[in-house]
Design a protein. Structure first.
Length: 337
């Protein structure tokens, strides 16, 4: 493509500068961001100083920090050269992968970012899995008839599942999309809600509406829902149905009971695919009621045609503070406090 980021040989001992030279100044402008906000973000997160001089970026700081920053910048530049947009979430994810403290295969994930072409195309945007776990999860959704995505909040489990559902619907692989959630309140009682049935259940389903709005134009989404080619319904409404030629997503599956989980999984019909997502650390069921997600993990392990995809705090694509919060809670649980 004739677009590359050039890193000079290592600076002599004692030097605190690394110079990166970029061949395409237009891509460099996109890399820096409006008012150099991307560079400012990198400076604040990595403790490096970045100075722009023509088509060069000069990095100042410790050797480890300069090396990590160079990895992030060249990876982002390569993404831009491939025609991929750079979003704030991409930068935060790459900062975690390229951090000197990273010990979880960050170099492998950086290389995946640079060269990986696994993409989910929808009507409004193109989604690229940002971590190795997300790539494996996306492939499982495309290849397996039933896949479980299990991990903490912010790892993209539901977002990617809905994106794949929209992609397969748009490509004609399925005739409809069905999205469902258990209507369980998260630790508080809301009391009686006004309105008809739709008004009462919509607050529980709002995260699914949010995801769909990211992938489909508003008028098209409204029309598809009126035609019932896209359905959003509580888990209890699945009983008695056979879901054929559909992509079906069950979100917040940790709040399904064992009986509800079995009922839902046995709705699978010909030509359909199912994605079940959940976070074992956020069960809102009454005390003494076992999560159907935990039971399904135990019972279905090793069953042909079913795959399990697992995420950790390293896969969080929300604000980087979310990953630190998750790690703190996990450490607290391990201590048994």
């Amino acid at each position: 493509m004739g677009i590359s980021a050039l890193t000079p040989p290592p600076a002599p001992d004692g030097s605190t500068e690394t110079r990166l030279e970029f061949a395409d100044n237009r891509l460099l402008i996109d890399l820096c961001g409006e008012f150099d906000r991307n560079l400012t973000h990198l400076e604040s997160q990595l403790g490096v100083q970045i100075v722009r001089r023509g088509n060069q970026l000069v990095l100042m700081g410790s050797a480890d920090v300069r090396a990590a920053t160079a990895e992030v910048l060249t990876t982002l530049y390569d993404m831009l050269g491939q025609g991929r947009a750079v979003e704030p979430g991409d930068i935060d994810a790459l900062i975690r992968m390229g951090s000197p403290s990273d010990s979880g295969g960050g170099q492998e994930q950086l290389e995946m970012f640079r060269t990986g072409r696994l993409e989910i195309r929808t009507r409004k945007k193109v989604i690229s899995p940002r971590t190795k776990a997300q790539q494996a999860y996306t492939r499982a959704l495309l290849e397996q008839e039933l896949n479980f995505g299990i991990g903490p909040a912010g790892t993209g489990k539901t977002y990617i599942a809905v994106a794949v559902a929209v992609h397969m619907f748009s490509e004609g692989h399925v005739d409809k999309i069905i999205l469902s959630r258990p209507a369980v309140e998260a630790g508080e009682r809301l009391g009686f809600l006004p309105g008809d049935m739709k008004d009462k259940i919509d607050p529980y389903m709002q995260p699914l509406y949010d995801a769909l709005n990211d992938f489909l134009p508003g008028k098209q989404l409204q029309k598809l829902m009126e035609e019932r080619r896209i359905e959003i319904a509580p888990l209890a409404f699945m009983r008695g149905r056979t879901l054929s030629n559909a992509f079906v997503v069950l979100d917040e599956a940790q709040n399904a009971t064992e009986m509800q989980m079995k009922m839902f999984l046995t709705r699978l019909g010909e030509g359909s695919r199912m994605a079940v997502t959940g976070d074992r650390s956020q069960v809102d069921l009454p005390r003494g009621v076992q999560s159907g997600l935990r039971a399904a993990e135990r019972i279905l392990d090793g069953v042909e045609g079913i795959s399990f995809s697992y995420f950790t705090a390293a896969d969080v694509v929300r604000h980087p503070l979310v990953a630190r919060i998750i790690n703190a809670y996990e450490r607290d649980e391990e201590r048994g406090v």
